[in-house]
Structures are given as C-alpha cells and as structure tokens.
Design a protein around this ligand. Structure first.
Ligand code: 6R9
Length: 649
C-alpha cells in the first residue's frame, strides 16, 4: 500500500481548539530553525526563572569540542516550576492520581499535598547529609514517593539517578558506583500484577558489591510491610525521617546548566552509560513538548503508562505534565492484571483524556481480541500516544479503532533517553497521520538522513538518522566521561548527532523510523546492548563465546536470540539452557531474559575475527535464503551448521 492511501487527516474538532493548527506549526517550526535564539528566548518564558537567561543558545557538535549549553546565565529550580508556581491558582487541583496494582487502591495528591511531601523529604535528605551536587539513586516502585523523591532532589540541587526496579542487584550496584551515589531510596517491596518484588533485598545484595561503600544510607518506603533485613546505622525508614520535618524548604537556586538528573541507558558497546541532563533547557523542552504534542489542555487527565525508571517516565509522567500544571496519572501495576481490560478500566475510572503507551502493550492486549476492551467505554479519551519502538500498522489500527473508538488522533513519538524529550511526532491539530510514521520534526529539531559515508541524502530516501543542530532538551554529556559522549554520538559523522536509528523519509517529508542500525536491541520497548548480554554469558564457566541478536517477535517487537559456543568438555543440555537463562536474568534483570538459545559449535567470523552479526540476525529471523555475501568468512561451513540446527519457533 502506498503511504498516500492510508492518511488520517487532522480532525476538525481537534484542530478547532488545539494549541497549533497547520499554519501555526509551520510558522513556529520555521522560526525555531531560522532564528533559534529568538524562538527559544520566547519559549523560555514558559518557565519561572529566578534570573531570566540573557544568553540563549551556545552549542557546538564539533567532535574536538562538543559543548552544549542553553540559557546558560539563567537560574531556576525545577521543583518550584513543577509545584510552587501552581499553588496559588491550583493548590487544590490534583497533581498526581495514583492507581495501585490492586484496582481498589488509588489516591489523589493535590499540588498542595505534593508541595508538603516534597519539602518534607527535601529536608529529610538534608538531614541525611545530602546537598547540592550529590547523587541520589532511586530504585522504586511506581508510587507517589518516586515522583516526590525526584522533585525533592531537584529542590535541594541533588542529582537523581533513577534505576528501573526490574534491574538486578548487579546492575543496580554498577549504577550506584558509576554515579558515586551517597544514598539509595527504595521500598520494602514493589507490587506488580499481584506479585511482590523484593526491592530492599536487591538493594542489600547490591550494596555488598565492590565500590558501593560510597553509599552511606538506604531510605526505605514501607509499601507492603513485607519482611526485610535491617542494617542499623545504614537503613532508615522513610516515615521516621520524613514525617517530623518542616513542610517548608526553600528551593536551591540552580544554574540552567547544573545537572538535574543522570539516567543510564544501553549502547552498542560497553557498560550502560549515564546520560547527564541539565536543568533549564530540559525543563523548557519537556514542558513545551508535553503541551504541544499531546495538545494538553487545562484540567485534562493525562496518563503515561511508562515506568519512572525510563526517560519517558521522567519527561512525561513527572517533569513535563507537572511543569504545565497538569494532572498526571501514575499506575503501579501492569495492563494485564487483574484482567486484560485493566487499561480501559483505568481510563473510565479516572476519566483519562490522554493516554500515552507503548506498542508492545498494545500488541499484548490485541492478542486477546477486541473483546478485552468490553469492560470499558473509554469515551473520555481525546488523544492517544505511542513511544518506545516503531508501531506496526496493525497495532496502530487496533489502538485507534478499539482503544480510541476511532476518534482519537495517535501521536507516534520518536525520541531517546539522549534527546530528553519528543523529537519527531505529529501535533494533533496540525499533522495528518500515517500509521507507522512518527511524521514531522518538533520545533527546533533538524533531522537529516546520511548514507554510510556521511553524505546527506535528499528527498524520499532511506538512511541513517542524524540531527544537525542542538535542541534544549539534549543530554549534555555522559556522567564523568565526556570523551565517550563525543565518541558515541559525534564521531560517526562529523558535526552532527548520530541517533543510531535507521529511517526512511517519504515524498511528503514524513519520517518512518525503521529501527536501530547498531548493536542495540529493543525488547518490549526496553533498550538493551547486545554486548551487555554477551559479557554476562561469557562470565559463565560453561560458555566459551556468545553472540546475541534481536529477532522479530509478535508481541515484544524484538526477542533475544542467543548463539552460545560451549567450552570443549561441556555437554549441551536443556538443563544448561535453563541455567543460562536464569544466569542472564539474575545478572541483568528479567527484561534481558533470552527467548531462544541455540548451541553454536562455531560462529561466523571475518578473517580478522569479527563476528558477522548480519548473518546471525538473518538466521534468527528465519531468513536463510538471503544471507548475502559470505565470502569474507573465515569458515563458511559454520553457517550451514547454524542454519541446519536453528531453533524452530
Ligand atoms: C523514549 C525512548 C530510544 C530508542 C530509539 C528508537 C526507539 C523510541 C520510537 C522508536 C520508532 C518510535 N524508539 N520511540 N522507534 N518509533 N516512536 O524510548 O527512549 O529507551 O532511550 O529508546 O527507541 O530505536 O533510538 P530510549
């Protein structure tokens, strides 16, 4: 089908009251790229500054000197922007709706409550010796305290580093050490789908690892009352230290370029890297994108289903919606519990207007048929959003038709941990939709497609997606390793930011993300480096060598396919496959669970010893006919062996 046949024009009812129609988008976009200083000086006014910036854009992508600064002489505080400035007008408005894992559990937290809770925790953090510039690690369930903790850190100028609660003790330890973190905030247990996850036990295990002595305290929220070990002198109950504090805590005046948070993400090589996001540009960008991309209108109920452990949770559960004085819903559980109708039920229960979720969640529900949404009406919905991976047209259609009752535009939002906020996406009142396309760039975003030699490709074409100039939400560095930041993003193509994604542009200038072109895989919207999983496997005694690739998976988007070469004397048994599966889960976390393990007596390598992943990807995808050129292989025979014994799915 040609792209032209499947177009969903902007709806009149949406355009009539939207923040931007077609002409507004065009005018604002043109100004944002032609006169960035003028455009962003104006947009910066949406944020309350202690001292308004006079310098706007100061950025260089030159690989000899990558230097990214926005609003550099401005000062502000992120937490007052998310809370205090709303108190007068909307102190009694709900800031956070919390929906527990159990459908009978929910809570409404007003802006006034949020202020009190944030100030008390901020004072408690000070009592624990945390101050400006210190890094606090958050390893938390999806409970209001997670948002409060982020805001409390921001209030006193501490830098938060949220680690997804599904990561293993080792992964957590690595991030505590990497960020030199003095405090971990956690809960006794988290609850998801009726099951308890032992967060505190995981923290205990993590803090036995080398280098974690830097961490002096563990602040523990009592979520379930489940049994936990207690380490006197290190562990502190949240209520014990927070409840007694004053509800007043002056906010630290931060420079626009002071760090707001670190967030670890996977790349194609090496250990996960902690991206550094700063305060001023990030806040301007998170709030502007949240308003325009979701067309957020005053009083609307907005629900992003992400976890706060991912960048989507940072920008679009916490900072964006709260900076805009919105009502943001935070869900503790999973869409399949207690029934597959839960997502629709929550929409009805809380009268949700905007629903932002991930293709993998949609596909998982879709697999149960249209009737999974029978328990709900969902007629409050106005706008739908998708993020995390390409959305296939079938899932798009189901999302549109079944969840959105064929009346809600879908904003397919392409962006990354590194970009801080949404980069390519439709605006509901301005952009005609094409299922599967993230459509057009947001204000200030200048995409280009490059071939592998670094030539710019014009017109309707496919290539590697780069961004030719900076935007305010961009990560400034990798924590403690600016050289790696430069190497990773600015050295493949000189003078531009390389995204790692492949992309097609059609005749209307619409962008269609095709997926990663590096060794990063995307499993259920979670980013993982194949190298991380490989290094976990080779640490097992039985394993001589391992190669990990992604393969197409109906629900997860990509699954994890592992080729393992065993040490000479080891028997390849099903028991051992189970053991290796457990090994990886334990080492990295359940999100890295292998889907398929194939024994590989040999791996296809070039004569210089490089594993030919291109071939392994084809075999894993069952595309054995088009293997392409194998003549550079040191031993072409291993390929036949792998094809013959490939795992049949
Ligand atoms: C926000 C987030 C980033 C990678 C990115 C790309 C993929 C995200 C997408 C998408 C196609 C979309 N991705 N959104 N691909 N269409 N709408 O997901 O950040 O976890 O860092 O992942 O996810 O491959 O490079 P992060």
């Amino acid at each position: 089908m040609s792209d032209q046949q499947n177009v969903y024009p902007v709806r009149d009812d949406i355009a009539a009251k939207a923040w931007a129609d077609k002409a507004t988008y065009q005018a604002m976009y043109q100004q944002s790229v032609n006169e960035p200083d003028t455009f962003w000086a104006e947009q910066a006014k949406r944020i309350d500054w202690v001292k308004a910036p006079s310098k706007i854009k100061h950025t260089s992508f030159d690989p000899h000197n990558v230097d990214i600064r926005w609003f550099e002489d401005g000062t502000l505080n992120a937490s007052t922007n998310c809370i205090d400035r709303h108190l007068e007008q909307r102190g009694d408005q709900t800031a956070i709706i919390w929906e527990g894992d159990d459908p009978n559990d929910s809570a409404h937290i007003t802006y006034r409550d949020l202020h009190e809770r944030t100030c008390k925790l901020a004072n408690a953090l000070k009592e624990l010796g945390i101050g400006k510039g210190d890094v606090v690690t958050l390893y938390m369930p999806m409970i209001p305290e997670a948002a409060v903790a982020m805001l409390a850190c921001a209030r006193i100028g501490a830098v938060h580093s949220v680690v997804f609660g599904g990561f293993s003790p080792d992964a957590l330890a690595q991030r505590v050490v990497g960020a030199n973190s003095k405090l971990v905030i956690t809960a006794d247990e988290s609850v998801r789908g009726g099951k308890h996850v032992p967060l505190k036990d995981n923290v205990d295990a993590a803090l036995t690892r080398d280098g974690t002595e830097i961490c002096k305290n563990v602040l523990v929220v009592k979520r379930t009352g489940g049994e936990i070990e207690w380490n006197d002198g290190r562990d502190v109950w949240y209520a014990d230290v927070v409840d007694k504090q004053s509800a007043d805590c002056p906010a630290e005046e931060m420079n626009a370029e002071d760090p707001l948070f670190i967030l670890y993400t996977s790349g194609s090589t090496g250990a996960p890297k902690g991206l550094k996001h700063t305060t001023g540009g990030y806040m301007v960008y998170a709030s502007l994108t949240h308003q325009y991309v979701f067309d957020y209108q005053d009083g609307e109920i907005y629900w992003c289903t992400a976890d706060v452990g991912w960048v989507t949770g940072h920008s679009y559960i916490v900072y964006g919606p709260l900076a805009n004085g919105g009502t943001t819903l935070m869900f503790e559980g999973v869409p399949s519990y207690p029934t597959h109708g839960r997502m629709g039920d929550i929409v009805d229960k809380h009268k949700v207007n905007i629903l932002y979720t991930a293709p993998t969640a949609i596909r998982a529900l879709m697999a149960h048929g249209d009737s999974v949404m029978d328990s709900s009406q969902r007629d409050t919905l106005r706008i739908l959003g998708s993020v995390g991976e390409p959305i296939n047209p079938e899932a798009w259609d189901w999302f549109y038709r079944v969840i959105g009752n064929s009346k809600c535009p879908i904003v397919d939002t392409w962006w990354q941990t590194e970009t801080g906020g949404i980069m390519i996406a439709p605006l509901p009142g301005a952009t005609d939709l094409k299922p599967g396309s993230a459509t057009l760039p947001f204000f200030g975003v200048q995409p280009a497609l490059f071939d592998s030699e670094g030539n710019t490709l014009e017109g309707a074409v496919e290539g590697n997606l780069v961004l030719t100039d900076s935007w305010p939400g961009q990560a400034r560095s990798i924590w403690g390793d600016h050289e790696r930041f430069t190497q990773t993003y600015f050295s493949t193509y000189k003078g531009v930011y390389f995204t790692g994604d492949g992309c097609r542009r059609d005749e209307d200038g619409y962008y269609w993300i095709t997926g990663r072109v590096d060794d990063v895989i995307n499993v259920s919207g979670h980013r993982m480096g194949t190298a991380e999983i490989e290094s976990s496997l080779v640490a097992h005694d039985a394993v001589a060598e391992a190669a990990v690739v992604g393969f197409p998976h109906d629900i997860k988007g990509q699954g994890i396919y592992i080729y393992v070469t065993l040490n000479g004397d080891v028997e390849p048994t099903d028991e051992l496959k189970k053991e290796l599966t457990q090994w990886v889960r334990k080492d990295i976390g359940p999100i890295a669970s292998p889907d398929v393990i194939q024994w590989a007596p040999g791996l296809p390598k070039t004569r210089s010893g490089k594993i030919m992943r291109r071939i392994l990807r084809k075999i894993a995808a069952n595309e054995c006919d088009g293997l392409g050129d194998t003549s550079t292989l040191a031993d072409p025979g291993v390929v036949d062996e792998l094809i013959e014994n490939r795992a049949v799915r």
